[in-house]
Design a binder for this molecule. Sequence first.
Ligand SMILES: Cc1cc2nc3c(=O)[nH]c(=O)nc-3n(C[C@H](O)[C@H](O)[C@H](O)COP(=O)(O)O)c2cc1C
Length: 213
Amino acid sequence: MVNVVEVLDVEWRGDYVCSMNISETAALIAHRRSVKPIDMDADREITDGVWQTLIECANWAPSHGHTEPWKFIIYRGSSRQQLAGALQDAYKADTSPTEFKPEKHEKMGKNPLYAHAVIAVVMKRGDKPKVPVLEEIEAVACAVQNMHLAASAAGLGLFWSSPAVTYGEKFAEYLDLGEEDKCLGLLYVGWPKEGKEWPKGVRRPAMDKVVWK
Ligand SMILES: Cc1cc2nc3c(=O)[nH]c(=O)nc-3n(C[C@H](O)[C@H](O)[C@H](O)COP(=O)(O)O)c2cc1C
């Protein structure tokens, strides 16, 4: 696999850019991984300092019109059990009896407890209707990526999960969302279990996704 750091011109540095080393930045981006909830140590504490950093990094995301439409509802401790129940209820409500899978229902009840914390990611629509909803969603995705990068830099596991129920009305009711707000899924957060290797990443070649004109 191509090493991102090797192919970058690490010497280039404009006078106006911050002192961050571009090769370190690229390495962090390539290092970011999704760590499955089952591989997390639910009991290991995440300090207030780490939480603060994750949230501050998310908050530096760009947004059209400075709407800053991200909102994070963080479930820790016993509230994870309550969240698990809400996911199960939403799955029951949103799924026809013929499509209902008991094993999926059961998994929904367990997943939040594998992680130390679960974050419901919300796009909170502001009062700028000229900003398209799509751009508000894009901004929230940028915020999540910022948070995910910070987590990976700290060695903290994070997993973005978006089962269909998280987009549904029943779950939106549980989160007490406004009519124009949208849940964009769940982030499972936790330190990887001791001895777990950091997952390996795979990508198809970057240049195959570029059209030069
Ligand atoms: C918006 C979004 C939603 C996702 N939802 C799911 C999901 O529901 N289930 C899942 O297994 N992975 C989900 N993922 C995570 C991807 O599986 C993961 O990012 C991908 O496998 C690449 O792995 P990496 O993040 O370690 O590079 C989601 C990722 C994004 C960006």
